[in-house]
Design a binder for this molecule. Structure first.
Ligand code: ME8
Length: 501
């Protein structure tokens, strides 16, 4: 059985979860569920990034110890997962001592392999990113381009990682593996960063105590980014009691991240793994940014933030899952708004999919007492569904989640047009056309079954309800082919996407 290991970034516990966190996590959940449908051995990891300056500073501002703030906010992230319908296999917290011990073990190896030295660092530092910025990353007015705060000039004696010695290795990686970073635009961005010449980077911080202690120099803690990146690797060694999953799932198949943390995942991370002698992940998929309704960066002060909990309360979890991956092409930036959620919910989930499901079940119930007679499927629809599961899988293999959803949705629309073209209510009036009605009803039932199996990663709850009503609970992707003969008897179905009260 092939394995599929997929991760989200681990989120900073300096603030509460927001739409951006929900977005990446839902996307990864869709990928994990799709690969489970393919019968693969799947592991889906998410969690929280708890060390370092961003968290220490936020705790201090609130008069808390960093661990207190971390405990409080990690719980909020953990509680978010079931609310989003997310099926993660483990939730890692980097304050877990088992993570710390493994980080020490791996970075000690990097040290022993000769990739570490002590030196003096001076540069422009963003405390919110926990990142020293290189020249082309400094915005006007000496500001952080992400947080828009003024950068701080910092100088300190640090342990350094010899990133520069991996220049050739990374160039070769990018030459040999054009799908190491996806989509292409992000690959080019990462490659340009490498081509501009790599400089050694700080591996430890001397001023900070909230972190994993450097084993060969206990006056330092590791720079939070290396501690954080290593979560993807360390989690496998302790996620299951008494079992080490590393051999089963490493290397990771996909790290999915936002474009704000590209450099860490596409440059620092592979170099660090090479230095430790650990195999590299297969792909890093970099998605874009969700923006406010006005197309500007979401910000509380601009009042343009879409609140995921408001969406869930009004339209349900699946509306949020569907909307985010439908309205904003996964990989690109896109604006978000409550009105746009409403439009997708009413126009597509309720009127297209919900209607198709309720009409199909109602007609089979009314005209055939709920029992579906044997009949050949309509060849025109069979042709349009031909190869569909493979097409969807191919798109999902490249994390093209929006295109995959669109490919399935075209069939939802096709089936609705089929109802209009065939007008089963007319056929039902004419006994001589009973065979035609059987064919239309069977084609609709099987088409509906196929689309909902394919849609189940996006709409996990609705698909269970609908497949239950069709009497065919199997979610396996192999069953999404339209070869007929599965649905035998339908049972009543509550509206899948009711009008919110
Ligand atoms: O960077 N649009 O954590 P973080 C889309 N701890 N996605 C967004 C977003 C937006 N407006 N805002 C946030 C960190 N995200 C580090 C990561 S990984 C080893 C350590 C998502 O809490 C997106 O996935 O700032 C982004 O990369 C991530 O949240 C940053 O989360």
């Amino acid at each position: 059985m092939s394995s599929f290991y997929v991760t989200t970034p681990i989120y900073y516990v300096n603030a509460a979860p927001h739409l951006g966190h929900a977005y990446t996590t839902i996307a990864v959940d869709v990928m994990a569920r799709h690969h489970r449908q393919r019968g693969e051995d799947v592991f889906f990891l998410t969690g929280t990034d708890e060390h370092g300056e961003p968290v220490a500073d936020a705790a201090k501002a609130q008069g808390l110890e960093p661990k207190e703030l971390a405990d409080r906010n990690a719980e909020r992230f953990r509680a978010l997962m079931p609310r989003l319908g997310v099926s993660n296999d483990y939730f890692i917290r980097t304050s877990d001592p088992r993570h710390g011990a493994k980080v020490q073990e791996v970075l000690q190896r990097v040290h022993d392999n000769g990739h570490v030295y002590k030196g003096l660092y001076e540069g422009w530092y963003c405390p919110r990113c926990a990142d020293f910025k290189v020249e082309n990353e400094i915005a006007e007015g000496n500001r952080c381009p992400i947080h828009e705060i003024e950068l701080v000039r910092q100088q300190e004696e640090n342990w350094f990682f010899r990133l520069s010695t991996f220049q050739k290795d990374l160039e070769r990686l990018y030459a040999d593996q054009p799908d190491f970073v996806m989509p292409r635009e992000r690959f080019n961005e990462a490659k340009a960063f490498i081509d501009s010449g790599l400089q050694d980077i700080s591996l430890s911080r001397g001023r900070l105590t909230w972190g994993v202690v450097v084993p060969w120099d206990p006056t330092h803690v590791f720079y939070v980014w290396f501690d954080a990146l290593l979560n993807y690797y360390t989690a496998l060694s302790f996620a299951r009691d008494g079992e080490d999953l590393t051999d089963r799932f490493w290397p990771a198949t996909f790290h999915v991240i936002g474009k704000d943390i590209l450099k860490f995942h596409t440059v620092f991370w592979p170099a660090m793994l090479l230095a430790a002698g650990i195999p590299l992940p297969e792909h890093v998929f970099v998605h874009g940014f969700l923006l406010g309704a006005d197309g500007r960066k979401m910000s509380k002060s601009l009042g343009n933030v879409l609140d995921p909990f408001e969406v869930i309360d009004r339209y349900g979890t699946e509306a949020l899952r569907y909307y985010l991956l439908r309205d904003v092409t996964f990989g690109a930036d896109g604006s978000t708004s409550f009105d746009a959620v409403r439009a997708r919910y009413e126009g597509e989930l309720a009127n297209e999919l919900g209607n198709l499901a309720s009409r199909t079940i109602a007609m089979i119930t009314r005209y055939r007492d709920g029992a579906l007679p044997e009949a050949e499927l309509d060849p025109s629809i069979v042709a349009e569904f031909d190869g569909l599961p493979d097409q969807v899988s191919a798109l999902m293999d490249r994390a093209e989640l929006t295109q995959a959803l669109e490919t399935i949705w075209q069939r939802v629309r096709r089936l609705n047009r089929y109802v209009e073209e065939q007008a089963p209510w007319q056929l039902a009036k004419d006994d001589a056309r009973a065979g035609d009605l059987d064919r239309v009803l069977r084609t609709l039932a099987e088409g509906l079954r196929a689309v909902i199996v394919l849609l189940s990663p996006w709409l996990p709850e609705s698909s269970v309800k609908l497949l239950d009503a069709l009497g065919t609970p199997d979610l396996a992707l192999s069953g999404a082919a339209l070869d007929g003969g599965r649905v035998q008897r339908v049972s009543p179905l509550e509206p899948l996407f009711p009008k919110p009260s």
